[in-house]
Design a protein around this ligand. Sequence first.
Ligand SMILES: *Cc1c(COP(=O)(O)O)cnc(C)c1O
Length: 363
Amino acid sequence: MTTATRIYNFSAGPAVLPAPVLEEAQRHLVALPGVGMSVMEISHRSKVFEDLLNEAVADIRALAKIPSNYKVLMLQGGASLQFSMVPMNLLAAGTVADYIDTGSWADKAIKEAKKIGTVNVTGSTKADNYNRIPAASEISLTPGAAYVHMTGNNTIEGTQWHSLPDVGGVPLVNDTSSEMFCRPLDVARFGLIYAGAQKNLGPSGITLVIVREDLLARSKDSLPTMLNYKVHAENGSLYNTPNTFGVYILGLTMKWLKSLGGLEGIGIVNERKAARLYAEIDRTGFYRGTAQKESRSLMNVTFRLGSEDLEKQFVKESTAAGLDGLKGHRAVGGMRASIYNAFPEEGVDALVEFMREFERKRG
Ligand SMILES: *Cc1c(COP(=O)(O)O)cnc(C)c1O
């Protein structure tokens, strides 16, 4: 199969998809079995597509053990549109939303929310280049806030929340774009969870939103229809034409996750992959992790070398060795290895081996 010629893809997003998912999509691209047409050529109102969508949602519900009082939506516009939709739907005039500022994406969410309503920014770790998750003592919440917004995994800086902030009874909203389904999660702790699909769930063009039903009552009829959660919930994500091919690939990816033992299974693999890479980073001091240890991300591993020249050389040689996409985001510099669910363990071994060899030659 074509899998033999695939290189190791460390891209932060869109990111690597499971090879079995791509292979199945390839086998059935021209004609879905029993349908005789491509999934891209059938009506989104057809039984075939509705079944595909319903099955994907059912698998998501099963994987994350989603309580029955939550709706699962597949929207468009990326996580970036959620930066606007969350406040448009949940932040009424005269109320305040708390935003925890843990990175570049959190900062973008804050900027959009400020266009809609009143925002209290708290727990910012910006002064530390966002290299850590704030301590509970650094977060001051507004009594009776409309919601608290957090960013579960900070894709650019390589930090991740490993325990949730205590927000009392206030709805917690989580941007999980780069960590969704990387390990078990307790949906009941949240009012709303959203994630652009292209990092850990499937292809770009779908945003997964999980929202507690009582919050839908906040969505005003005066909102633009396409930006109204209640409309999408009432129409089962079929108010307009969804990204049908994306839903199909996401559905296959959920089946692949189930076959690995679900979120518990993938969580164990992700812990192992990250531990192996961080152990190499910490081994001698030749490499330096940029995130503080207790805040380190399982998904985006950021590290630097002794000089920018050395980093340039590292990028050049690793790319030539079939390890693609390791150049870090310009905001942080250095290296970033994104090792999402679909990133194979052998790829982490290959990177560790490359790092050792690079250090041996240049150290
Ligand atoms: C990638 C990313 C986004 C932006 O996602 P889009 O789907 O491109 O809008 C937002 N938040 C986080 C945490 C991300 O990693």
